[in-house]
Design a protein around this ligand. Sequence first.
Ligand SMILES: [Fe+2]
Ligand SMILES: [Fe+2]
Length: 179
Amino acid sequence: MYKRKELKKISNTLDKEIINLINEQIWLENNASFYYLYLSTQFSMNGYSGISKFFLEQSNEEREHMLKLVEYLLDEDITPQIPNYNYLEDLEEKFNILSHFENSLMNEKRVSSSINDIVSKCKEKGDIKTENFMQWFVIEQREEENKFKSIIDDIKIIGDSGSGLYELNKQLGSVTEEE
Ligand SMILES: [Fe+2]
Ligand SMILES: [Fe+2]
């Protein structure tokens, strides 16, 4: 006689290692948010209100990324670890437009590699749901890195040109949230 297969007990919770990586990512996105907020104030203090606005926008975007991850864990009934401190690099660094952008690119590369780690771990553990969710971040990071790379290229062309910096400041200040 046909026997109904016994239902296997299915655990819906995410793998512990994946949870840890997502919590680390929450910390990184939050840290990036504060780092860009810091840069925003530096550019403002040095008279570049347009670039200051650009970094404020970056800061807001990073906060959005953090919230996306927080929400994902909450949807999975997992308590996210909300960061209670930030680590800001190059705080002592002298104001230098090029190096601030180069450090920003480095920051983005670090974020990209930790996102890649999460995707790899998902593949290893067979967590298709989280892997799929993380694809948005993979695309986002590619865009972020390209954005900073092209601004760095522009800054290198501009050099010390006052009118070039004036234009760059104006251009970055007019970038809208959709971009
Ligand atoms: Fe981000
Ligand atoms: Fe970013």
